[in-house]
Write a protein that binds this ligand. Structure first.
Ligand SMILES: *Cc1c(COP(=O)(O)O)cnc(C)c1O
Length: 352
């Protein structure tokens, strides 16, 4: 082996869900939104002056930050915007998780957390969720180098009440606590209302799910201005430019259209109800979902078998071959029509 091989940063990367591209497939595997973004987004992209692309974009992303601040009742300096919440979360790890004590996150959660911890050399512990996949809050009372929780959690879809979040905050005044709210708009109450009360709280959200803009890559974090400034300083020590010009324009239009946003979230919640109904009828069980997906297992059929059969019919759902969840399917809520196709397939497959 050459000498340089000893000095390579070797990592095991995160594996995102498949992005197959077949004409008639039904894609329920990566929690994308089945509806297009707000109509203003298409309009602003279509009318975009490509001549402007010769210029660097606004490094402060002022227009979009103002729109978000307005929507959440915050000051501009309480928001940091990045290239998807994965970018934001990664910067948060880099900025705040530098203690020699382990950071804490549940054994079952977003599988990117251990990847960032590994790439940045942060040690971690993973307290076990209980048998119902709920957080055991006392597990987070011990000394730690920071805490990160997805709420609603992925891939379980379970929302923990703000009482639990607040309890964990109260027991961790000396640690940074990050709440990853990628799915908050599908039924939970955001912890953003606690950021003025707890100076150690960061609340991360994304345009990828409830705003139908996974392809644009926009995520953001809300906190007190001191924490935001720390992230901003780290960000501007790596690359001054965050969002590209088109993303900034599109993001602004999305946030402006509150009515469209609320309506499409309502549609998803409505379809989720119908989906829960037929899944129950067909012998599936699942925790109560507060997200745009359902985490289901069947009383008789193995998840991996159902997964394979669905895939062979070009219906894609997500299966994780991980401890404790290897008999579950994570099924994204699509349109009513897509879920009806899923229902039709399952009815046949389960022999009903
Ligand atoms: C989808 C997701 C993200 C990442 O979203 P992007 O903004 O697209 O990077 C982060 N956290 C959780 C829990 C997610 O499910």
């Amino acid at each position: 082996m050459n000498n340089w091989q000893d000095y390579v940063r070797r990592v095991i990367p995160y594996t995102p869900g498949d992005q197959p591209n077949k004409p008639n497939m039904i894609k329920l595997n990566t929690n994308e939104n089945p509806y297009p973004p707000a109509p203003g987004v298409a309009k602003v992209i279509k009318n975009m002056d490509a001549g402007k692309l010769r210029l660097y974009p606004d490094p402060k992303i002022k227009g979009l930050i103002e729109e978000l601040a307005n929507a959440y009742g915050l000051d501009n300096d309480q928001i940091f915007v990045g290239v998807g919440s994965d970018d934001v979360l990664s910067l948060i790890f880099l900025t705040f998780f530098n203690s020699d004590k382990p950071i804490l996150f549940p054994d079952i959660t977003y599988s990117f957390y251990p990847v960032w911890a590994d790439v940045y050399g942060v040690s971690y512990e993973r307290p076990k969720l209980d048998d119902n996949f709920m957080i055991v809050k006392e597990d987070y009372y011990k000394e730690n180098g920071g805490i990160i929780l997805a709420n609603p959690n992925a891939p379980t879809s379970i929302y923990e009440s703000l009482d639990i979040i607040e309890d964990i905050l109260i027991h961790n005044r000396d640690s940074i606590v990050v709440i990853d709210e990628a799915y908050i708009d599908f039924g939970g109450e955001s912890a953003v209302k606690l950021i003025n009360k707890y100076d150690n709280l960061l609340v991360v959200q994304t345009f990828s799910k409830s705003r139908s803009m996974a392809g644009m890559r926009i995520g953001y974090v809300m906190a007190n201005k001191k924490l935001i400034k720390y992230i901003d300083d780290v960000k501007h020590s790596i690359n001054s430019y965050t969002l590209n010009y088109a993303s900034i324009l599109a993001g602004i239009e999305s946030v402006k259209d509150k009515e469209y946003f609320e309506n499409s979230n309502k549609k998803i919640i409505n379809t989720r109800k119908k989906t829960e109904k037929f899944l129950t009828e067909y012998g599936f069980t699942f925790p109560k979902s507060s997200a745009n997906f359902i985490f289901a297992k069947h009383e008789k059929f193995k998840a991996v078998d159902i997964f394979g059969a669905l895939k062979a019919s070009d219906i894609y759902v997500r299966y994780f071959n991980h401890d404790r969840i290897d008999n579950y399917l994570r099924i994204t809520i699509g349109t009513d029509e897509e879920m009806e196709e899923l229902r039709f397939f399952l009815k046949k497959y389960l022999n009903r």
